[in-house]
Design a protein around this ligand. Structure first.
Ligand code: GLU
Length: 533
């Protein structure tokens, strides 16, 4: 067949040839070993924790070696594309500290960065494959394909457009011309070469070596509207955008043999691949994939509402990504996450187990390491979106709020009272009269007497001595050890006396350092609360 004529017939408007695009998008001028990675989401309007996980791998790989991390919007499937989906994604990623070196929004030399805007590029390569006899138009209708599938099912044959099922593979140029004149829609299919029976090998640092039979299906490359399938766009885009490492979900491994074939046919150098397993979850006694329908924690909004700091989520995800991360963190408690020597080889091939308790634990640690100002900024930002009343109290006197948050912070062993910002209100409530709920302490008389001797000017030592002295008068042993040797001789120890005071002042059995608490509450409030008791 005159395939050059066929190519002109199918894509009469395409005047460009691959060399034009090769010239337009030359290899990147980057330092030796620098990696180019991309985040390539479909803008469905639903951002998942899995998206962040993948993007973290991309970002880390690019930015740890002077490379490029770019955003490519995979909007070829109109049904999955929603308005505002891209903005939602970029905003979510920015919140997690992931920013793009290149994107439609940020610019870059390898754009446009949305696939719908790249139709001419795909069609140039489609035309070239047609010219070389490696692709052909297929006019099969939906009904044809359904009938084929039914016949395959009846014969227990493999599904797909291959071998003797390829109805349109043998059409003559005249037949094709006829169909086109009639205005029949067509897709472009790859013409699979006669296989040599050799398997295809994928070397994936996360998965190890995988061998698969070569592709024998004449997959669709361009749909009838000239928009590519994922497979064809992947090959053309990752080549022209000069991606060195493709990080993607492991559901794509099954079609890797097709991708392998396409890169060969197009004469492109293959990128490295890292396939990420989906997050798993324990359900009853067994592990299963985390699911959009069953697990609200798949959606990023879930984390924002509960007030997990972005840094905590990233830190937690890193524990899922690399099993050695926790040891590294223990050895480097204050190092930045970027300093961690992330390795795709240490990724969990079978899918990491998502565990909310573990996330809570990480979050508690991350929050405890924030400075008071950072904690204030994060807490108020959370409250502004999730708890207006609390927000008003927090910003009424920022200095007071910051002082509250600075109690027990900054030392080698910071307090770990706050797990997520949505728990902060309960914990800090007693600092605000509007939220304080008085509780009657066990020893009201002792508290009443304390009101008489309390002096806000006392230093911590004098302050404590006074509690001990007053306690002794109320038969609380000033020495806890001594009390234990003779509990019958006392009402309790100084610890019990303090507990009464704490309950009167905070309404709680546990609180941060009481001396610091009293200083912040101020003399009037302290007197009022112990007197009220
Ligand atoms: N749009 C594809 C997805 O969301 C991208 C896969 C890839 O990164 O190549 O699954």
């Amino acid at each position: 067949m005159d395939t050059a004529r066929l190519a002109d017939l199918l894509y009469p408007d395409i005047m460009t040839v691959p060399d034009d695009w090769e010239e337009r998008y030359p290899p990147r001028d980057l330092p030796e070993g620098a990696r180019v990675t991309r985040f390539a989401p479909s803008p469905t309007g639903f951002v998942t924790i899995g998206n962040i996980l993948g993007a973290m791998v991309d970002e880390h790989m690019a930015h740890s070696g002077g490379g490029v991390f770019y955003l490519r919007v995979e909007d070829t499937d109109a049904k999955r594309t929603v308005d505002g989906g891209v903005a939602l994604l970029t905003e979510a990623l920015r919140h997690y500290g992931l920013t793009f070196d290149e994107s439609d929004e940020n610019g870059g030399d390898y754009g446009p960065y949305s696939q719908r805007a790249r139709a001419a590029l795909y069609q140039t390569y489609a035309k070239e494959l047609t010219r070389r006899g490696l692709a052909y138009p297929c006019f099969c209708t939906g009904d044809d394909l359904t009938a084929m599938r039914a016949a395959q099912e009846a014969e227990k044959a493999n599904f797909g457009y291959y071998g003797r099922w390829t109805k349109c593979r043998g059409l003559t140029l005249d037949e094709i011309e006829d169909n086109i004149k009639k205005g029949l829609p067509f897709v472009l299919r790859i013409r699979c070469p006669e296989g040599d029976g050799k398997p295809v090998t994928l070397d994936d640092p996360a998965k190890g070596r995988i061998e698969m039979p070569a592709n024998d299906i004449d997959h669709v490359l361009l749909k009838s509207d000239g928009i590519p399938t994922y497979h064809f766009a992947h090959a053309v885009d990752d080549h022209l955008m000069r991606t060195t490492h493709v990080v993607r979900g492991d559901e794509w491994i099954a079609t890797y043999p097709l991708h392998h074939m396409l890169f060969d046919m197009l004469g492109f150098k293959r990128p490295h691949y890292i396939h990420i397993a989906p997050l798993m979850k324990m359900d009853g006694g067994s592990k299963r994939k985390i699911s959009k329908r069953k697990d609200p924690e798949l959606a990023l909004s879930w984390y924002a509402e509960r007030g997990y700091p972005a840094a905590a989520v990233r830190e937690y995800l890193m524990t899922l990504l690399n099993s050695n991360f926790e040891d590294w963190r223990r050895a480097n408690p204050s190092a930045g996450l970027d300093e961690f020597p992330f390795s795709p080889k240490k990724m969990n091939a079978a899918g990491a187990l998502f565990d909310i308790h573990k996330l809570d634990d990480v979050s508690k640690n991350v929050i405890s390491r924030l400075t008071a100002s950072e904690a204030y900024a994060e807490l108020t930002a959370w409250a502004e979106r999730n708890d207006e009343d609390f927000h008003r109290l927090l910003v009424r006197n920022p200095e007071y709020s910051r002082d509250i948050l600075s109690i027990g912070r900054g030392g080698a062993k910071p307090r770990k009272d706050i797990t997520r910002w949505d728990g902060a209100k309960e914990y800090l409530a007693f600092f605000f009269d509007e939220l304080f709920i008085p509780v009657s302490p066990p020893d009201r008389e002792f508290c009443g007497a304390y009101a008489g001797i309390y002096d806000p000017a006392d230093g911590q030592d004098v302050w404590f001595q006074k509690i001990k002295d007053l306690g002794e008068r109320f038969r609380y042993c000033p020495d806890v050890k001594q009390y234990k040797t003779d509990p019958a001789g006392w009402k309790g120890s100084v610890a019990d006396a303090s507990a009464s005071l704490r309950l009167a002042l905070t309404g709680r059995e546990s609180s941060p350092d009481m001396y610091a608490v009293m200083r912040l509450l101020g003399a009037d409030r302290v007197r009022e609360r112990v007197n009220r008791a």
